[in-house]
Design a protein around this ligand. Structure first.
Ligand code: SF4
Length: 80
């Protein structure tokens, strides 16, 4: 198979461009733990508050991240 370097670079760049982030407003979080139950690979509980695991959310965890945010009863999670 003939490889086309230009397309390989585009594909590589696309993978690197997936930079979803989740931010939890610690003041708003009531510590219910729902986000961590729904998406344990994205959110975890620390001292009765939820935190995001890692700096960025990989593409394979994007749906879980959104589901966790959707479940938050006080809308403390912002996905960008
Ligand atoms: S679902 Fe919302 S309120 Fe509950 S722990 Fe997660 S961020 Fe906090």
């Amino acid at each position: 198979m003939t490889r086309i370097p230009h397309f390989d670079k585009i594909s590589e760049k696309k993978e690197r461009c997936f930079d979803m982030k989740a931010v939890i407003d610690a003041e708003m979080c009531i510590g219910c733990g729902l986000c961590a139950q729904v998406a344990p690979e994205v959110y975890e509980m620390q001292d009765d508050k939820a935190v995001v695991i890692g700096d960025e959310i990989s593409e394979d965890k994007a749906e879980d991240a959104k589901s966790g945010a959707d479940q938050c009863p006080v809308n403390a999670i912002v996905i960008s």
